[in-house]
Ligand binder design. Structure first.
Ligand code: NAG
Ligand code: NAG
Ligand code: NAG
Ligand code: NAG
Ligand code: NAG
Ligand code: NAG
Ligand code: NAG
Length: 431
């Protein structure tokens, strides 16, 4: 089984050229992280799944109504808008007329880690699914409308490689609406900035996989055998994005350890105190630091805040009833069991996020959760699997067993993260 951490983070791949540079990180061997926590509430998950109705024809085929024909309740603007509708409760509908929203090849800033078609994937149906909420319709993504909304503003994604994938998706979603000479991309340390010159608008990504400071903060060399977190320190990162107009955070996969090493003091100081602490507790402390920062530093009448929930992985096929020892490799269909929830998605950690955000709300700071976990759980076919740039030459053993190097963590583009952005778009423009 490919280890989770094998794929976390991006190599030093220039989003500008799309070319991966072989770099020092190559020397640092990837660490087989153990998902030691096991999340400790399997009985609960089992109960949940058992009580859910298994809907055999849950995924409707094509032939359904399609977006253009329909009026989104979010677009009515009137009294109800979408506020009463749970956008995250719905189903996937095959719809090759509305999706994909852009072509992989036509996106100037596509990442080789996510360009599945370019790297040989034949079955392209993963590009054709749209998300249909049960109670309402999503507004149609309109790049011009988004860019107008972002005029003179900064939209910043902060987090790990999953969030970075969502950022690449967002850039691709607006890319084709901007002529080549009116856009630019540049990287400075942990911050990569896409700029739409005419709008003076930026869509940025800031690498901070654990939000707070950690020894994985280097945007290139972050695969280290041991993870050390300074749970109380965030300002080194936050000063780069505190004044943004829209902030989209995530942090999850880098925490999948049973224990974390916590540092009190600085990385440089010899007097730092290190202590192993149970992971969920550390996660809680880190999110507290994050939320305290927001409470004090963010201008609530200016900044819109979002937190993207856990992105599910599909590394153990037995979880969805396929053969043991398999993973997402060679999957081409969605999971049809309504309410399917994989073992890798830790409800306890989701609860920590929800509690932290509830407390912030009581203190007058609103963070909207983009609750994409459940809808993404169904998409076992949406990962790059073996169809992405390989940063190291594959061994004969690997070649003879493709699943051993399949990436079942990130998502192909165009694909699932575009839908996350359609949801984000709905909130940015219509709430
Ligand atoms: C959409 O899918 C249907 C059914 O698979 C297929 O017949 C049709 O050719 C597809 N259309 C496009 C534009 O790909
Ligand atoms: C997209 O938004 C722009 C700016 O708001 C608007 O002029 C245009 O009509 C919209 N396009 C569609 C297809 O709705
Ligand atoms: C461009 O946007 C930035 C915020 O991202 C703002 O500070 C600056 O004043 C804007 N410049 C112009 C010319 O509008
Ligand atoms: C890079 O960011 C730093 C602040 O972190 C800033 O001082 C420096 O001017 C920036 N460099 C460029 C080339 O933008
Ligand atoms: C907060 O943002 C609002 C709206 O942009 C602005 O009018 C106000 O001056 C800002 N407050 C502070 C303290 O910067
Ligand atoms: C899910 O977790 C439970 C508890 O560890 C384990 O018994 C079960 O085998 C796991 N399922 C899979 C398919 O990994
Ligand atoms: C997100 O959705 C899950 C179920 O998919 C639910 O358990 C959780 O409470 C939701 N969280 C929020 C903040 O809406």
């Amino acid at each position: 089984m490919a280890s989770t951490n094998q794929f976390l983070g991006f190599r030093n791949e220039s989003p500008v050229t799309g070319k991966g540079k072989v770099n020092m990180a190559k020397k640092l061997h990837m660490v087989a992280g153990t998902w030691g926590v096991r999340c400790t509430f399997h009985s609960l998950v089992g109960l949940l799944v058992a009580t859910l109705v298994v809907a055999a024809v849950y995924m409707t085929g094509e032939g359904g109504r399609w977006l253009e024909d329909r009026k989104s309740i979010c677009q009515n603007g009137g009294e109800s808008s979408c506020s009463g509708c749970n956008l995250f409760s719905g189903k996937w509908v095959f719809d090759n007329r509305s999706h994909p929203l852009y072509k992989e090849k036509q996106c100037t800033f596509m990442s080789d880690q996510l360009a599945c078609e370019k790297f040989g994937r034949q079955d392209l149906s993963y590009q054709n699914w749209r998300w249909q909420p049960h109670q309402c319709d999503l507004p149609r993504f309109n790049a011009t409308a988004l860019l107008e909304r972002l005029r003179g503003k900064r939209l910043v994604f902060v987090g790990d490689s999953l969030n970075r994938g969502q950022w690449v998706s967002m850039v691709c979603l607006v890319d084709s609406s901007i002529p080549p000479n009116l856009k630019s991309m540049h990287t400075n340390g942990s911050l990569t900035t896409f700029k739409a010159t005419e709008y003076n608008a930026t869509i940025e990504f800031y690498w901070a996989p654990m939000l707070v400071e950690s020894n994985s903060d280097d945007p290139v060399m972050h695969r280290l055998p041991e993870r050390v977190v300074r749970v109380q320190a965030i300002e080194k990162h936050a000063r780069h994005w505190t004044d943004a107009d829209i902030l989209v955070f995530n942090t999850y996969l880098w925490w999948r350890r049973s224990k974390m090493k916590v540092l009190w003091g600085s990385f440089e100081s010899p007097d730092g105190i290190y202590k192993d602490v149970e992971m969920v507790r550390v996660y809680e402390m880190a999110l507290k630091t994050w939320s305290d920062w927001l409470e004090v530093h963010v201008n609530r009448s200016k900044t819109q805040l979002f937190f993207v929930s856990m992105s599910p992985t599909h590394q153990r096929a037995e979880e969805w009833g396929a053969a043991e020892g398999q993973n997402c490799y060679s999957e081409t269909e969605l999971i049809s069991q309504e309410g399917y929830w994989g073992n890798g998605s830790c409800l306890k950690m989701m609860g920590v996020v929800d509690d932290t955000i509830d407390r912030l709300k009581k203190r007058g700071v609103n963070v909207k959760v983009l609750n994409i976990t459940q809808l993404s759980e169904y998409r076992k076919e949406g990962h790059p699997s073996i169809y992405r740039k390989q940063w190291e030459p594959l061994t004969e053993d690997q070649l003879s067993d493709p699943k051993s190097y399949a990436d079942c963590i990130h998502w192909c583009l165009p694909g699932v993260p575009d839908v996350w952005n359609e949801l984000l778009y709905a909130y940015i423009l219509h709430y």
